[in-house]
Design a protein around this ligand. Structure first.
Ligand code: SAM
Length: 310
């Protein structure tokens, strides 16, 4: 199925990143190229390097951005490899970097990718083509490791019970499909109690674990900021509080805020101001965008600018 992916907060991305142009823009999560296209139209003197770990997304972005000719280069790579990509391609320091975190509709809506409990498919959940699948993790992890994933990445209060059910089930036969996992979680938690499907948190947790999503962000942010040219800007769109917290704290630290534990008589972290944060609170989509694109409702954009003298 050819899925549409509506980019979120596009006007704000263009408004906040364009002042850093002309120069090189890095879209660290090119997806289907929606933000990239908007930035390239708006800034005719820029070139763009787009990264994605999903070769199918890169193929779609390549078609969509063909009109921009050699202004665009696409690279299959995880964004925590950005410094290596810059070195390998001998790129100039970027004027702007964008990361629109998480999955695209192309991934979420395709049952074969295994992200959704709403349709049946293999328990894959990988954005790219490498590494263990969700089924592999469910087959191999110990109870305490499963609990940690469900708690830390899914904020699932019944993590222990779900992990126990997974271990018991796999003694009979491995969990292979999204429907099997969804039924198992429903068996533990009962049917719909509130607004969200009982399997929502389990699926979110597994997806984050399979793709090491939080580790990717942690390893990416500071080197990305340091790769920017002076006056360059970085914009990050997060979709849940676990991601947004990392962005907020990293930006704060790089903006020179002391990160010492409270109560220390003297600051020991010697913070240096590398960036100025341009969004004192994250930018959220307006009501009409949420009405047009319900997936945008949890999006939060934070933007920072690399200081001239840092
Ligand atoms: C929300 S979509 C981006 C959509 C894009 N901004 C657009 O306008 O079409 C996120 C994309 O980032 C990719 N992605 C997520 N984490 C990544 C990572 N650590 N490294 C590289 N690509 C990643 C996903 O494969 C997905 O294609």
């Amino acid at each position: 199925m050819a899925s549409e992916h509506l980019p979120v907060l596009t006007d704000r991305v263009v408004e906040f990143l364009s002042p850093a142009a002309p120069g090189l823009i890095v879209d660290a999560t090119i997806g289907l190229g929606g933000h990239a296209g908007a930035l390239l139209w708006e800034n005719p003197d820029t070139r763009l390097v787009g990264l994605d770990r999903d070769p199918r997304a890169l193929a779609r972005a390549g078609e969509r951005l063909r009109v921009f000719g050699d202004r665009v280069r696409l690279v299959e790579e995880a964004f925590d490899q950005l410094p290596e990509v810059i070195e390998r391609l001998d790129l100039e320091p970027p004027a702007a970097i964008l990361a629109d975190l998480g999955c695209s509709s192309l991934q979420l809506d395709d049952p074969e990718r295994g992200f959704s409990f709403q349709s049946d498919g293999p328990l894959d959940m990988r954005m790219g083509v490498q590494g263990p699948t969700a089924a592999d993790l469910l087959e191999s992890l110990e109870w305490n490791e499963l609990v940690k994933i469900l708690r830390d990445f899914g904020e699932e209060r019944r993590a222990g019970a779900i992990a126990r059910a997974i271990i018991k089930r796999r003694e009979d036969a491995p969990l292979r499909t999204t429907a099997e996992l969804s039924r198992l979680v429903q068996g533990v938690l009962g049917d719909h109690r509130g607004r969200i499907h009982p399997a929502t948190r389990t699926f979110q947790a597994l997806r984050i674990a399979v793709n090491d999503e939080l580790g990717q962000i942690e390893r990416f942010l500071e080197p990305a900021v340091r790769a920017l040219r002076p006056g360059g800007r970085i914009g990050i769109i997060a979709f849940h509080s676990l991601e947004d917290r990392i962005v907020k704290h990293t930006f704060r630290r790089l903006a020179g805020r002391c990160t010492c534990p409270p109560g220390l008589p003297v600051c020991g972290c010697n913070p240096r101001r590398v960036i100025t944060v341009l969004t004192s609170s994250p930018l959220r989509p307006a009501d009409d965008e949420v009405a047009r694109n319900p997936r945008s409702r949890s999006a939060r954009l934070r933007v920072a600018e690399r200081r001239e003298e840092s």
